[in-house]
Design a protein around this ligand. Structure first.
Ligand code: FAD
Length: 501
């Protein structure tokens, strides 16, 4: 007997041949299905829509269910940035030099320990073709490059969306702009992206139902996923999925209990960032069917210091009054360093030329003084620590050097004149959006794996319901929606190609 059958058999006790996936309750009986489709996609964000498009193009009957009244999920709230490279049509049109190897080296080298190498390699190799696919679905892009550090707002569609130009990334691979931003008139880039993808979903004849929430899988005693129990207008219904179920229901940042259990560093962050559908239901449904979940503690914590970029001439210090990061890195890397490695506490120290604008309300000013010593005293830092940090930093910056963190020359200069100010970057008090990255363990084709590494037949996952490319630290905007659309497509295709059960 295979391990899967053994486990399924144990779970099936008293379940009349079928077992519920998410909880140990009996599921539906064969013949009691309220609806039948080939591929059931749970969630209408970028992962779900991409899965639906490819499953339908492969000839499958597809049903997308969405628990909320409106389609689009967090994907539609987002800026719609897709991280793409290796010579996309837009990069080429703008004369940008990039390679698959450089893109893979950046993602692999910067994404923390044990990055998902197979997914990264495939994503980079097929990135240019994936961009073409987005264009073919009707997502529109402009033809201008933006050289600033934040999402362009003026019709530019390509920019450096991550930490590529900061140390140590720039030593790992030649930096290239890879943030691809949809053209969007009077809406977010994400809404523009989702309007195009959802229009394509409808054009292909996919059924879309809003206000229908997946609750638990219906699983045969041999472990095959047969369908889903859903809640529809307050009633329990069953949906048979003859080829497979694709879980694409986002992450869990709004399930505070789950965040507290799995990702306590993110729990502290002041702004749960995502649509309210981010309740972790898809992840729990998968876990309930025996799936392994990976990187559940990881996510992004964004500390949006810039714009203006002049702020980056200040320094960021921890509670010991010491620097710990190149200030000009991507704000996801900065947020990660604070949330995960500095107990959630940090301060930006500025001088007369680097302070934050008076209008901003992201970071409270907590001290001001004419000397660094007086500032340190107000902040109750260990005696002399901040003074030493500033003196060391100034001495080296005066020579154009930053031996510790190699801040880029564009932002490197001594802190040179009062008033000195301190701004609170602590994750609980500052504006620090957080979003989860942990999810179900999947193959590159979206097949959900159990703790033994065996695929759960008929179960697929994509987007933030799966553990994909985005990891902690989050190194570039666009990796999440890029991962959702790319691996969502593969999951939909794999489900559609599975033999009928
Ligand atoms: C303001 C903002 C800006 C961002 N900008 C970017 C960016 O520019 N680039 C980038 O890469 N990332 C960005 N992100 C992150 C990114 O938007 C998300 O990680 C990504 O969109 C997740 O896509 P998804 O398809 O996995 O989930 P979603 O887009 O959230 O879709 C999941 C859907 O499933 C539904 N659902 C949940 N439970 C159920 C259930 N039980 N049954 C049925 N339906 C269910 C949800 O309601 C939701 O509509 C941003 C996030 C935010 C909040």
């Amino acid at each position: 007997m295979k391990r899967r059958q053994l486990l399924a058999g144990l779970g099936a006790a008293g379940a009349a041949g079928l077992v519920g996936g998410a909880r140990a309750q009996p599921g539906a009986r064969v013949g009691a299905w309220d609806m039948t489709t080939d591929v059931l996609v749970v969630g209408s964000g970028s992962a779900g829509a991409s899965a639906a498009i490819e499953a339908s193009r492969a000839g499958a009957a597809v049903l997308v269910i969405e628990s909320l009244p409106r389609f689009g999920g967090s994907s539609a709230m987002s800026a719609g940035v897709v991280y793409a490279g290796g010579g996309t049509a837009l990069q080429q049109a703008l004369g940008v030099t990039d390679s698959v190897a450089a893109m893979a080296a950046f993602i692999t080298g910067m994404s923390g320990p044990q990055p998902p190498l197979e997914k990264i390699q495939l994503y980079c190799e097929e990135s240019a073709a994936h961009f073409d696919w987005l264009v073919a679905q009707g997502v529109r892009y402009g033809d201008r490059l933006y050289t600033g550090m934040t999402v362009p707002m003026d019709g530019e569609s390509l920019y450096f969306s991550g930490a590529e130009r900061a140390w140590p990334a720039r030593e790992l691979a030649p930096p290239a702009p890879r943030g691809h931003v949809p053209l969007a008139a009077n809406m977010t880039g994400g809404r523009a992206l989702m309007e195009a993808l959802l229009a394509r979903v409808r054009e292909l004849g996919v059924s879309l139902l809003s206000g229908v929430a997946a609750q638990r899988l219906v699983v045969a005693s041999d472990g095959r996923v047969l369908g889903m129990e859903v809640s529809m207008g307050g009633e329990r219904k069953t949906v048979r999925a003859r080829r497979g179920v694709v879980l694409a229901s986002g992450g869990f940042i709004h399930n505070r209990e789950m965040v507290s259990l799995y990702a306590p560093h993110l729990y502290q962050c002041s702004v749960p960032w995502g649509n309210i559908g981010d309740q972790g239901v898809g992840i729990n449904i998968g876990i309930g069917a025996g799936a392994a979940a990976l990187r559940m503690h990881q996510g992004f914590a964004i500390v949006p210091l810039y714009p203006p970029e002049s702020v980056l001439s200040g320094i960021v210090v921890n509670a010991a009054g010491q620097r710990f990061v190149p200030e000009d890195t991507y704000y996801g890397v900065l947020g990660d360093a604070i949330a995960y490695h500095q107990q959630g506490r940090a301060w930006l120290i500025t001088d007369s030329g680097s302070h934050l604008p008076p209008q901003q309300d992201n970071f409270p000013q907590v001290a001001q003084a004419n000397t660094v010593g007086d500032l340190a005293e107000q902040l109750q830092f260990p005696r002399g620590a901040l003074q030493q940090t500033v003196a060391y930093y100034n001495r080296n910056a005066g020579n154009g050097e930053d031996p510790q963190f190699h801040k880029s020359a564009a932002f490197l200069r001594p802190l040179q004149g009062p008033p000195y100010r301190a701004w609170d970057l602590s994750v609980e008090r500052a504006f620090v959006p957080a979003h989860t990255f942990g999810g179900l363990h999947t193959t590159v084709d979206g097949q959900v794996l159990d703790g033994f590494g065996d695929a759960i037949p008929g179960l697929y996952a994509a987007g933030r319901t799966a553990s994909g490319l985005p990891a902690a630290p989050y190194i570039a905007s666009g990796l999440s929606v890029g991962d959702c659309t790319f691996f969502g497509r593969r999951a939909g295709l794999a489900a559609a190609n599975r033999s009928v059960t």
